[in-house]
Design a protein around this ligand. Structure first.
Ligand SMILES: C=Cc1c2[nH]c(c1C)Cc1[nH]c(c(CCC(=O)O)c1C)Cc1[nH]c(c(C)c1CCC(=O)O)Cc1[nH]c(c(C)c1C=C)C2
Length: 514
């Protein structure tokens, strides 16, 4: 009988799993099950025609750029033939070199305002942030090993406080965690968020900087089929595609459909999972029952847990799938008239540290901003205009994205989620425009277009001890399912696009061969 594999979840990890499983087992029947009609998960790019203009912009509702060090993504670009659609941001560009922090006034006049993060000694001499950065870096190098005995993991905030001091952890650490995990740095675990920092401190007798400066062992290189894509990425800071990141998930889907080896069930929800004589039984809400020999689950872990039979749910390590909370983010895309030079400084964008007094516990219905991305600086070449002009000083309009929510209580969404219906500007957007104007210290023109994309529970907050919990989960899965149920995805092994694609690739390599 031929092998039947089920992949649960059609986001990036599920698509990558289905792609690599069908490559490794070309004769297998693979079924990809997704509860939405659309595949691709949080990756959603849309080209919007700007009202009254012969122009269009690509807007992203989720991740917008990729880093060139993720070989598994470069491999997909090569194998799916996407090279011609790649749009790169060079390391020499302002978008790569200039990143900012907006330090709220509550931190005191001497550092508040939009501050460029120094990248050289000269820029550090001029930056008010050096008041925090200078002592933090100096004290870290010379500080003795202050890791408490037996400590196996801790929050990012606790780690940075221990090594770099309170001000650094509060201002830089909280802002960094906003920008990646949209979470509270006091909650997220250092070993899951930044395993390299923890390892460097282990290697450097407690000091991250000493560890980074010492010669270390390079991890063994795996073989990826990247073709000539690695050369294309030389000198590149980040990249995307001419029509946005969804080019990647669309190409994966198209490939799976064209190959005809993967059957895709859309709008199909998994209702229960159990073991039946060495096979995994997967039941769907519409009454369909599958008996695959092997299942790769890329579902959010809490959904997988709820689908497990009550006898499996009662086993302790399976509750680890419920251990991590998730962050919700409202992604607000705004397009202003005029070139970026009239709206914001050149650069990647800015992040905002958490308030010195902590996050409010209840919403006052004001959207709290975590950071803003100056998309026109990095990805302006995605857009089209009648004049064909783009760039910091020449483009006809400016697109940027404001990220709202995460550890802040989310305000109620307005009834209108985009300017397309043209029934006025809701208080939610007016409030964001007012805050943007304060952050950028300038009067802003009325936007030509805006839209709000609510992303509920989009990023897992991997709490301290996550790595150990996942090891316990894996050994219970091995005991109960004999390797026939693999659990992968952002809630297990890392949240970046590269992590998700890599997880699908690894799942295929490690899938049982019988
Ligand atoms: C929906 C909002 C998201 C926020 N973080 C992520 C999303 C999808 C996920 C994420 N963002 C970054 C990383 C690290 C990337 C890597 O290591 O390869 C991850 C996993 C970094 C990042 N943050 C922002 C941007 C534009 C990037 C580059 C990658 C990307 O395009 O997503 C900006 C940003 N993201 C969030 C906030 C609050 C924010 C603020 C400016 C939350």
């Amino acid at each position: 009988m031929s092998r039947h594999i089920a992949v649960l979840g059609g986001g990036l990890t599920g698509l990558s799993s289905a792609f690599h499983l069908s490559r490794r087992f070309p004769k297998a029947r693979v079924t990809l099950i997704e509860r939405q009609k659309q595949l691709g998960g949080w990756v959603r790019s849309e080209r919007i025609k700007l009202p009254g203009k012969d122009a269009s912009v690509v807007l992203e509702a989720g991740p917008r750029t990729l880093r060139p060090n993720a070989n598994s993504v470069l491999e997909l670009i090569n194998l799916l033939g996407l090279k011609d659609q790649v749009l790169t941001v060079p390391k020499s560009s302002e978008a790569a070199k200039s990143r900012y922090l907006y330090v709220p006034p509550a931190y005191g006049d001497s550092i508040s305002g939009l501050q460029r993060i120094p990248t050289s000694i000269l820029s550090a001499l001029r930056s008010p942030l050096t008041r925090i950065l200078g002592p933090a870096v100096l004290q870290e190098v010379f500080k003795f090993n202050n890791k408490p005995d037996g400590l196996k993991d801790e929050s990012v905030d606790a780690f940075l406080r221990r090594r770099f001091g309170d001000d650094f952890a509060q201002v830089f650490g909280s802002a960094l965690i906003h920008g990646i995990y949209a979470a509270d740095s006091r909650k997220i675990g250092i070993r899951s968020a930044f395993p390299g920092m923890w390892d460097a401190a282990e290697h450097g007798w407690g000091s991250l900087i000493r560890g980074e400066l010492m010669p270390g062992q390079k991890p063994a290189q795996q073989d990826y089929e990247t073709g000539d894509i690695v050369q294309l990425m030389s000198g590149v800071s980040v990249y995307s595609f001419k029509d946005g990141l969804q080019v990647l998930t669309n190409a994966l889907e198209k490939h799976l459909v064209k190959q005809g080896k993967v059957e895709i069930l859309r709008g199909a929800t998994v209702s229960s999972i159990d073991i039946q004589s060495a096979k995994v039984e997967v039941n769907l809400e519409d009454g369909t029952s599958l008996l695959p020999s092997h299942v790769t689950s890329a579902l959010p872990t809490h959904l997988l847990y709820r689908a497990l039979s009550p006898s499996l749910r009662s086993l302790k390590p399976f509750d680890h799938m419920l251990a991590n909370p998730t962050s919700s983010v409202h992604v607000v895309n705004i397009v202003f008239p005029g070139p970026p030079s009239t709206i914001h400084p050149a650069g990647f964008g800015y992040l905002i540290p958490r308030p010195p007094q902590g996050y409010p516990s209840t919403s006052d219905e004001v959207p709290s901003i975590l950071g803003t991305v100056f998309d026109a600086c990095s990805l302006g070449a995605q857009d089209t205009t009648s004049s064909g002009k783009f760039g910091y000083t020449d483009a006809e309009f400016t697109k940027l994205t404001v990220m709202v929510g995460g550890p802040y209580p989310l305000p109620k969404l307005p009834s209108q989620l985009s300017s397309e219906n043209d029934t006025g500007t809701p208080g939610y957007i007016q409030n964001i425009l007012k805050q943007l104007s304060t952050h950028l210290s300038r009067t802003l023109p009325a936007p030509i277009y805006w839209r709000i994309q609510p992303n509920e529970d989009c990023i897992p907050t991997l709490l301290p001890g996550h790595g150990e919990r996942m090891m316990e989960l894996r050994s219970m899965l091995a005991e109960k399912f004999g390797g026939r149920l693999q659990v992968v995805g952002a809630g297990v092994g890392g949240v970046s696009v590269g992590d998700c694609v890599e997880a699908g690739r690894k799942a295929a390599l490690e899938a049982p061969s019988d």
